[in-house]
Design a protein around this ligand. Structure first.
Ligand code: XMP
Length: 511
């Protein structure tokens, strides 16, 4: 595998994904490497990449290069800050530039081998740095430059240590992926072995070794992560798995039936326990206006229902969770979860309360890998490409009080939005699209009659991970059809508006 030491760049995860796209397994380790699991001398580690960083190597608090990196004798590639750190640690010189270099630059390749094997004389690269290397350490040579950057790429004479000032992981560096491929295949000697088949095999082995003869319970939500985790675990341990699917009465139109049907088909009818607890959730939400209060009530009710059902199953040791790699990276990062604020842990505390161990078979996978795995497992496309859906469901898409009548209106509106957008070729590019009900009345005219109905909102955003988002530039025709259909067909909505706020400053959900 390739280890990427994370010095805090916003692009670190992207480097890991690029390497995995080359079918080479990669892991992101915190740059402090505190913990026994971080051993660069392990024979599994074939090469090391040092990420960029928001720090300047010239500053006092800047993270330093762990001694193991060079001691390990493994091939090293420093990117941006990573390169500057190598230069500084090995006796070269880095200074703070008068002006930040940011954006596209024309790279002149001086040596067409190693990292630049098979590449022409000039290519575009993406720069983003404030510091610059002004003198190389002894035993280093320059292998590429740009107009503003004398040392755009360097290497040690023995070809073990490489540095590039630009970012090969972003799409603005068109040959970036080839450069990373040259590093992992030619310089590190990796083979393309991280294939969907091998991922499947490895994960199944992992589950079997971990669980042995114990029993596992899974909270199915119908999202791609929980369904994939369940099907994978079922393949690994069969009857030792039980799944509980709680219908909280806050799902989209037809969703409960659909999730139940498809998961029972994948896992066997008897393995999926369906609990229709809508009443319990909705009655507790009566009169509640505050969004955080709604979340608390829903979280608590969920735990209650889940515990009751799990108790009926008897001896359970593990709770299966669909945690993904980005969450794992964040929780081990030096900057910690605080750097990227995450507040939505619906059932945090559940494993401790129930005294269950956690089984997380997807904890080393990125979302796109989970989708590939899901396809490999025969999970229907509809689930594979399902948009993320918040645990508290439609309750956070009705501003203010949740009532059965409002839920019904929202479901109908949301369904039309889904029908119209899912026809469009841009649908797969949309991160989330949904309706929001604003229970404020607005005047309209239909036929000869004056109407006085609620406001419906269409929300559609593009995003990589939900942390930031941009509103989707839907066509006027699409917006037009949705507005017409909703106001004509949904009793209770008199006006449709499109939310054109990005995140930040707004959040994706309205509550
Ligand atoms: P916001 O609205 O904070 O949402 O921009 C970011 C992402 O998180 C989802 N979300 C939630 N997910 N429980 C969840 O499981 C919640 O309470 C919750 N609130 C928001 C939201 O759908 C988006 O994908």
């Amino acid at each position: 595998k390739i280890v990427i030491l994370d010095f805090g760049s916003q692009y670190t995860q992207l480097i890991a994904r690029r390497i995995r796209e080359l079918q080479v397994y990669s892991e992101v380790w915190p740059c402090h490497m505190k913990g026994q699991e971080y051993n660069l001398n392990s024979p599994e580690v074939k090469g090391i990449i040092l990420s960029g960083s928001p720090y300047s190597v010239t500053s006092e608090e800047a993270p330093t290069l762990p001694g193991e990196v060079l001691q390990s004798g493994k091939p090293v590639l420093g990117i941006c800050y990573g390169m500057q750190l190598l230069v500084k640690s090995l006796g070269g010189k880095v200074v703070r530039a008068a002006q930040r270099e940011y954006g596209r630059a024309l790279l002149t390749i001086l040596e067409k081998k190693g990292l630049f094997e098979g590449m022409g004389g000039e290519t575009i690269c993406w720069m983003s740095h404030g510091d610059s290397v002004v003198a190389l350490p002894p035993g280093f040579v320059k292998i590429a430059k740009t107009e503003d950057c004398e040392f755009a790429a360097i290497r040690s004479e023995d070809g073990k240590i490489w540095g590039i000032q630009f970012h090969p992981e972003v799409s603005h560096t068109p040959l970036g992926k080839e450069m990373l491929a040259n590093f992992v295949f030619f310089i590190c000697g990796c083979n393309p072995e991280w294939t969907p088949e091998s991922i499947l095999k490895q994960q199944i082995n992992y589950i079997r070794n971990e669980v042995k003869q114990e029993r596992v319970v899974c909270a199915l939500s119908g999202g791609v992560d929980s369904v994939t985790a369940a099907v994978l675990t079922y393949r690994a341990i069969g009857d030792q798995l039980s799944c509980i699917f709680v219908n909280n009465g806050l799902l989209r139109k037809g969703e409960a039936e659909e999730v139940l049907k498809s998961t029972q088909k994948l896992l066997g009818k008897e393995r999926v326990i369906y609990v229709d607890a809508g009443e319990r959730f909705i009655s507790r939400l009566r009169g509640v206006l505050d969004p955080e209060e709604k979340r608390r009530i829903i979280g608590k009710a969920f735990i209650e229902v889940f515990e009751e059902e799990a108790a009926k199953l008897g001896n359970i040791t593990y709770l299966l969770q669909g945690t993904l790699y980005p969450d794992v990276i964040e929780s081990t990062s030096v900057w910690g979860p605080s750097a990227r604020i995450k507040t939505h842990h619906n059932v945090g505390g559940l494993p401790e309360r129930m005294q269950l161990k956690v089984l997380e078979p997807l904890r080393f996978l990125f979302k796109d890998e989970v989708r590939t795995l899901a396809q490999q497992l025969g999970i229907p496309e509809k689930i594979v490409w399902r948009q993320p859906f918040p645990g508290p469901g439609l309750a956070v898409r009705i501003v203010g009080e949740v009532t059965p009548e409002r839920l019904e209106i929202l479901r109908e509106m949301d369904y039309i939005i889904f029908q119209e957008l899912s026809k469009s070729p841009v649908f797969r590019k949309i991160w989330q699209s949904f309706g929001v009900l604003v229970p404020v009345r607005s005047v309209g005219i239909m036929g000869d009659e004056r109407t006085y109905e609620y406001v419906g909102v269409l929300r559609a955003v593009l995003s990589e991970d939900g942390m930031t988002a941009d509103w989707a530039r839907l066509s006027y025709d699409t917006l037009d059809v949705i507005a017409r259909r909703v106001v004509n067909e949904v009793k209770g909505i008199g006006r449709m508006v499109y939310d054109i706020t990005s995140k930040p400053p707004a959040t994706i959900e309205w509550e």
